[in-house]
Design a protein around this ligand. Structure first.
Ligand code: PLP
Length: 426
């Protein structure tokens, strides 16, 4: 019987293999046919500590028996309070910069970004009600960005074949060129010029653009971007959905630039990747602009499952792991293991542009037809599946973003397969 399931980002007409996973542990997925796959991209960048981490699994089980779900409009529970305090403790800090002090929950990276946009516009809207500023609505974005697939998140992302059908629903944004090497200043100058028109906010993926091609830019550029925004009074939003939770070598990527954003979106690894949860952190001015005795100014956003107690309990366990275990030691060792192997692979004539930030590594396959609509990425995916590896290339860019528990043998196996892909497709 054919499956009724409609998969995301999947062309069912191509009849690509859809592995059926029955169990997972650490970096390993166990298949219904008895095979295994090494999860080299942490199941879309979420399972930071590995699958079914015992501390997180136990927290979920215990919470499911105590309090599962609670309406969060005007009610609260311990796990949500604990996570919010933990996030505030761990959030980026910087001298002379405002602190992230308030936490708004949602359920995915896309919704955390939508909330960030709504907070930014709500801030200006409410200041305007008080006659303290003119309302602002324009959002500035960085070229090649990806922030999710809801309407607002798509609007602020790169436009292309993947959102062409919905262009009429997307709002207009100002696009700042990506700071490619040697052209960093052009990017900063463009941002400076665009800020002069008084946009509401500028949103960035800090240090590395993920789905846009694993494009890395330096910390000093991020620092300058934030400084330009602050100088112009434009809100600076960091989308740490992919970069958060140790992925780039620090808990949050903004730390490497000493930047504290006005608004920060986090998701994915917030629960160690076990269950959906997201949060948008905001500074006091953003919260205070919504806090009043006037019901017209409250923050009109919610979903049924906001701050689901089971998801929050998983996040409590994740925060405990971060507090009590040397997670950054683990990511540093893994990053080193990746670096030595990537350096060797870089000599392969089929590859170009090796790059790495923390435990994210990417390399481009030099191929004739590498466009988004070419069949190269699905063929590569199938090639790696046959070798027991879950990798999902972005066009001709093959990237790794493994769980931090990946061991050396698994890493060797992945890099042997990468070299074989070079031989086969190059
Ligand atoms: N923002 C960034 C930077 C992302 O990488 C992603 C997902 O990959 C999102 C937002 C959207 O997150 P989600 O898929 O959880 O909606």
């Amino acid at each position: 019987m054919t499956s009724p399931v409609w998969h995301p980002f999947t062309q069912h007409g191509l009849n690509e293999p859809i592995p059926h996973v029955v169990r997972a542990q650490g970096a390993l997925l166990h298949l219904a046919d008895g095979g295994t796959l090494i999860d080299a991209i942490s199941s879309w960048w979420v399972t930071t500590h590995g699958h079914c981490h015992p501390r997180i699994a136990a927290a979920i089980a215990a919470q499911a028996e105590q309090l599962d779900q609670l309406i969060f409009a005007g009610y609260t529970h311990d796990p949500a309070e604990t996570v919010a305090r933990g996030l505030i403790d761990l959030a980026p800090r910087g001298e002379g910069q405002p602190e992230l002090r308030h936490v708004f929950y949602s359920d995915s990276g896309s919704t955390a970004v939508e909330v960030a946009l709504k907070m930014a516009l709500g801030y200006w809207h409410n200041l305007a009600l008080d006659g303290l500023a003119k309302a602002r609505s324009r959002i500035l974005v960085l070229e090649h960005s990806y922030h999710g697939d809801t309407i607002g998140a798509m609007s602020i992302g790169e436009r292309g074949v993947y959102n062409a059908a919905w262009q009429p629903l997307l709002f207009d944004v100002g696009t700042v060129p990506f700071p490619t090497p040697v052209h960093e200043q052009a990017c900063l100058d463009a941002l400076d010029a665009a800020c002069a028109d008084k946009p509401a906010a500028f949103i960035v993926e800090p240090l590395i653009l993920g789905a846009g091609g694993m494009l890395i830019y330096p910390a000093w550029v991020l620092r300058e971007m934030a400084a330009i925004c602050r100088r112009h009074g434009v809100l600076f939003i960091a989308d740490e959905v992919m970069t958060g939770w140790g992925r780039t070598g620090t808990l949050f990527a903004c730390e490497q630039a000493g930047v504290v954003p006005d608004i920060m979106a986090v998701a994915k690894g917030i629960t160690g990747g076990a269950i959906p949860l997201a949060a948008t952190l905001a500074t006091a001015p953003i919260f205070d602009a919504h806090r009043s005795t006037d019901r017209a100014r409250l923050f009109y956003h919610s979903s049924s499952y906001t701050a689901n107690a089971i998801a929050c309990a998983a996040a409590v366990a994740n925060l405990a792991i971060w507090r009590e275990e040397d997670v950054l030691g683990r990511t540093a060792a893994l990053a080193q293991g990746i670096a030595t192997r990537l350096e060797r692979l870089a000599g392969h004539p089929a590859f170009a542009n090796p790059r790495q930030l923390g435990t994210i590594a990417a390399i481009d396959l030099v191929a004739a037809d590498a466009g988004y609509l070419s069949d190269l990425a699905p063929r590569l995916r199938a090639f790696f599946l046959e070798r027991g590896i879950l990798i999902r290339p972005l066009g001709n860019t093959i990237y790794l973003m493994p769980p931090y528990c990946l061991d050396d043998d698994q890493l060797d196996h992945i890099f042997l397969a990468l070299a074989a892909a070079g031989d086969h497709f190059g």
